[in-house]
Ligand binder design. Sequence first.
Ligand code: PEP
Ligand code: MG
Length: 818
Amino acid sequence: MPDATVGLVVVSHSRVLARAAVALAMEMVHDGSVRVAVAAGLDESTFGTDAVAIKDAIEEVDGPAGVVVLMDLGSAVLSAELALDLLSDPAARDRVLLSAAPLVEGLVVAAVTAAGGASRDQVAAEARSALLGKASGLGESPEDAAPSSQVAAAEARGTFVVSNVHGLHARPAARLVVELRSVDADVWLRNLDTGAAPVPGSSLSRVATLGALAGHTVEVTASGPQASEAVRRVLALAERQFDEVAEPPVTAVVTTAGPLPASPGVAIGPARRLTRPPLADDIDHVVLSPDDERRRLLEGVEIVRRDTEAVRTSAARQLGSAEAAIFDAHLLLLSDPDLLGEVHRGVDSGLSAVSAWRSAVSGVEAEWAALPDDYLRARAADVRAVGDDVLRALLGAASATLSGVGVLVAVDLTPAETASLDPALVAGIVLAEGSPSSHAAILARAGGVPAVVNAGRTILDVAEGTILALNGTTGEVVVDPSPEVLDAFRALAGRQAATRTRDLAEADRPAVTLDGTRIEVGANIGSPADAAAAFAAGADSSGLVRTEFLFLNRDKAPTLDEQHAIYNAIAAAMGGRRIALRTLDVGGDKPLPYLPTPKEDNPFLGLRGLRLSLQDPSLFVEQLTAICLTARTSPVSVMFPMVSRVDELTQAVALLREAAGQRGLPVDLRVGIMVEVPAAALKVSTFLPHVDFFSIGTNDLTQYALAAERGNAGVAGLYDALDPGVLSLIAQTCVAAEGRALVSVCGESGSDPLAVPLLVGLGVRELSVAPAAVPQVKAQVRTLDVDLCRSLAAKALVAKDSAAVRALVAESLPTSRA
Ligand code: PEP
Ligand code: MG
C-alpha cells in the first residue's frame, strides 16, 4: 500500500463501533488505497481505550505524509495524547495530528480526502468540517457546529432539578463524571436557570462550574451509541442525590460529651500546628522542550495520582467509601481532559510544565471561587489542594509539615493529612472537633499515635510550644502541666513503652489465659500488605478480610482470576494461617458504580452486604468461586456480612455449593456469619445448623443496637460497644453457640483493653483486631483468668451504662493497661 497518502487512526471505546465506522468509510473509497488502523476497546467486547494500542496503531500507518487520529469520547482524547508521548521515534510526533472531528462523519470525509492524495492538514480540515453538511441540512448555521450543535442534535435528553443541599458541588459532580465514564455517549449539561453555555459531562472541572445550586434545573443531552442510557443514568443519579451521604451539620460535632479518648497511649510535648511551606517559583527552572516538559508533567501527575489512590484506598478501608469519596474528586481532577488539555496547550506554547499547570489550575480555581454559593465556592479548596500537590511533585517540594516535633493541635484532620503524619514526629494529636470513630481517629489508632478528639475550640488558643500532656486512653488533656502532673504522665508513658516492647517480643506465642484457655488473636486486613503486617505482628489468623477493597475504586468488578490471585496472595502473606474472607460488604452507604442501587433514605438500613449480594447472584457466585478455589490450597473460612434471617444464609450457602461445582465444597472450608444485626444475635440457634462460627461485628452491632450511626460525631457519646445492651446481645450469642460453634469478635472493640476481659468472660474465644494491636491484645489475654472475667461480665451486664461498665473494668485492670 502506498505510504504517500495520509495514514488514519481510529480511536474508540468500542472495537465493534470502530470496525463498523471503518467499513462505512471504506465503502466510499473504492480503490481501498487508504491506510487505516484501529485502536479501540480493551478487547472484543470491553469498552475502553489504551494508549499503548493507540501508539502501535499510529506507528503502523505512520509515513512521510503524516497521520490523522480520529477519536470518540472523553478518555479517548486523553489516551491519544498520552500515546503521542509514548511514540518510539519522538520526531514522529510532529507528523501526527489529533483531530477534533466527529468520529464517523470525520472518518468518512478523511478517508475520501486522504485517498485523493491530500496533505495531512487538508485531510484534517475536511474532517473537522464534516458536520457542516448535516448542520446546514438541519438549518443550523455553521458556527453552531459545536457544542450547541451537539446539544441540538442530541439523540436523548432530559432535565432534573438539583436536590442536593449544596448543589452539584465537587463530590456529586465527581459521581456524575465517573458514572458517565462507563457509558459510550457524548453528554452535555446545561444549567437552565443561569442560561450559561453547556458543559461536557466528561469534565469534572466544567461540571462543577455549572453553578447548579439546589433547586436549579439542569438539562442533560446525549448522543452516541448509549445516549438514552446516559441520560437515564444521570436522571437516576440526580434522583438519588448523586449518592451523597448527608453530612452532619457543623454544630453536630460540638457535643456535650467533652474531650473523648480516640487512640490509646500517653503523649507529652509542645503544641504544634500543621503548616504547608509556601511553594517556590519555577523561575530558576530551565524550560525544556515541549516533549520533555510534557513528560515532566505526566510524571508529576502520576506521582500525585498514585499517592491519592493510596490514601483513598486506605481511607476506604478504614472509613468506608462514602468518606473516601472526596478523593474521587481529586482523582478526577488529575485526569480531567479539560484541565490537562489547557496545560498541554500552555506547554505547546513554550511554558514550563510548572507554569502551564499553575495557570490552568488557578483558572479552574478562580471559576469555582466565583460561584455564587458559599459551599460550592469552598470547594475551590479541593482544586487548590490537588493543584498544589502536583506543583510540589513537579518542583520536588516538601508536602505539609508539622511546625515541629510535638503534639499536633488542629480543628480536625483530613484522612490524607492524618495518613501522612510521621509517628516519629507526632507524639500525639488533640483535635478541637471530631469523634472517636472519625477518619482521623481511626487512622491515628492504626498508626499507634495517641489522640484525644472533641476537645473544644479553646484548645486552638493554646500558644505554639506550650507543653501538652494527653492520655488517649482516658481522654485527659492537660495544658501546661505542673511538674508533678508531668512526672505522673512520664511515668505512665515509660511503663507503656516498656510494655509495648515486651508485648512485641512475645507476639508469636499463642495467647493463653492464666487458667489455660486459648484465645485466638487474629488480624483484620484488606490487602496482601496488611496480611504481611499481620503476620509480622504475630497474628494467629485473619479473622476478617474485608474483600470489598478489591471492588472499590474501580469502574468494573475484578474478574474471577483477579480475585483468586489476590486471595491467594493474602493467604501466602499470612504464611498458611487461616483467613476469613468476608464476602462483599458494600451497598447503601458504600455504593459501587457498577452495582447500581436505588436511592435509599436510610442506607445503613438498606441494601447492604449479603442483601445486595443475593440481589445480584452473578457477582456473588463469581466471588464465591474465587473463594472456593483459594480454599483448595489454603485454610479459608467464608463469612457473610449483614445477615438478618436464616433464609438469607441458606440461599448464600446454596450459591456457595453451586460455586464449588462438581467437586463440592473444599473439605476445610469453614462457613460463618457476621453478627451485626441485633435480631441475628437473638436468633443464633436458627443459624447454628448451617455454620461453623459466628463473628460479631461490634462496629455495626453497636450502631444498630443503640440507633447511633457509627461515624456521626453528634451521637459519638452514645455509641459505645460497652453499653450493657450491646454486651447483652454478645452474651446471648455466646450462650446460644456454646459448645456448637466458635464465637469471634472482629469489630474495633476486640482491641479495646476495657472490652477484652468482658468479651472473654462472655464466651468469645477469638478476637480479630488491627494488625498493630495484635501484640498488645495477646499480652492482655495472658493476664486474664476466665472465671474472674465471667464475674466481671456478669456485673457489666447489669451496670447502668457504658461509663459504669468502663469504670468497673478499669478498676480490675493493672494500671499499665488502663
Ligand atoms: C463490624 O461491623 O464490626 C465489622 C467488623 O465490619 P465493618 O467495620 O467492616 O463494617
Ligand atoms: Mg460491619
